[in-house]
Design a protein around this ligand. Sequence first.
Ligand SMILES: C[S@@+](CC[C@H](N)C(=O)[O-])C[C@H]1O[C@@H](n2cnc3c(N)ncnc32)[C@H](O)[C@@H]1O
Length: 508
Amino acid sequence: MPFHEKSVAIKVTQLLATRVGSPSDGYVTDLAYTRHHHASLDPGKAVWVATRAGLTTPAIRTACELGFGQGLSLAIHASAGETQWWGVDLIPEHVEFARSLLDEPAARERLVCASFDEFDTRADLPRFDFIALHGVWSWVSPQNRARITAFIDRRLAPNGIVYVGYNALPGWSPALSLRELLVASAAQVDSARLEDRIDAAMDFVTQLVAADPRILDSQPQFAKQLREIRSKKKSYLAHEYFNRDWHPMHFSQVATELTPIGLSYLGQADFSDSYDQWRLSETQRGLLGEIDDVVLRETARDVILDRRFRRDYWRRSEGAVTGSSCNLLEARLWVPPKVGLSKASAPAEVPAEVIVWVASLGAAGSIVTRSLDTAADRAALGYALGQGWVELAREPAVTAASRDRVAKINRRLLELVAADSEISVLASHLTGSGVEVGWWTLALLSAMRCDTRANAVIDQVLAQAERLGIALARAGFALTPEETRQELQTRHSALVTQADIFRESFAI
Ligand SMILES: C[S@@+](CC[C@H](N)C(=O)[O-])C[C@H]1O[C@@H](n2cnc3c(N)ncnc32)[C@H](O)[C@@H]1O
């Protein structure tokens, strides 16, 4: 190995993986991660996907999230549903934040600050009906993945469900060289601060792209990827790109690690597999339809879609999931209230059938039971669920039990929003999960608790946004100050009009 390469390798080991052999095993612990809610971590969605596949799934009483990060998803699901949640994460700041969202001391105690390895030695863990990990699988070492699969093997109950959300191939392939360069150039920087090393690495790669490298001919996505990540927060970049380990995977590779422990693929947690007719051409559907082997079919589907991220449910079962679906299917559905600019696809891209179907459910706040006898109904539901236009509603008897817990966590979220631009979700006892309402709506709701005057509320939200350095945007362009004020006035009026629906939906 030439000298300069050798020195890079040594520094990579020193600076990015200072904790080799320690519990973190190369995972960056210098910066806390961002705060998100992931709907796929909701056990109710997993049960729905199993039901859709014609399987009887026992109630999910116990669940565990491995590498829960800031724990927003876990705390929301523990508060809004009836499942007893456990969780583990390496970073003390994460665990402290997650615990601060929970009211019950016992629920807090179940969030453990430890490595996967240490956690697995506990004698008090139950068998879990649901084990979930999002943004972990492709960022940890092969040894840690082996620990995760051993944990699942030991701790997953019969018929239990596993959720894995991970960086997939081939979608991430243009970023493989980018990530190598970022890591190698960060390692050259003589600073103990990860933020400095990230800055220097970004500058280096920007210079390299400006020098017109040939990779841009074969992989034009390389420059696009760099542009994209330049706008991201360092707390995100640190965890996404600067770990020692980064292993985006094909579905077939993940299957190689999960099938030996008796797991069979169940379906997509984002429901995108329910509306192939709107995503794939007839030829593509025909080709996939002829593949019996689920591993080959999913891997081929990812190549067709150039997929970058997968959210998969797997199930422990005696026999493989056949893929035959339940014919008589009924769902209790809720139309959540929404105000403000929609982040969803442009209306022109939304299939007309979906618009009609969603409208048929009724206005915001409606709860209806629908039979989903046709493939068209199921496709429309899958699309609408993926967009958050409709949610799976729980029975009234269950929702009453979690209303108080929901009121408490939502009060906490409304307190946090003034100083935290990443908080954008409210828990709902109606669904047992979280509903994305966006920072601005949350900030308005928070300010409206103390002041009934529209202008005072809007001034307060504008001042908070300025302090946090955030702006409203439409179609990627920041609104002017006048447009922003106007938009907030519209939202404020909508919130006043829908006050009852918001109260009923979120116990606020
Ligand atoms: C990219 S973050 C994802 C966090 C969260 N699941 C989310 O999606 O917001 C990965 C998380 O896994 C945790 N982690 C990584 N290696 C771990 C280990 N060996 N034991 C426990 N937690 C670990 C990290 O501390 C970090 O919070």
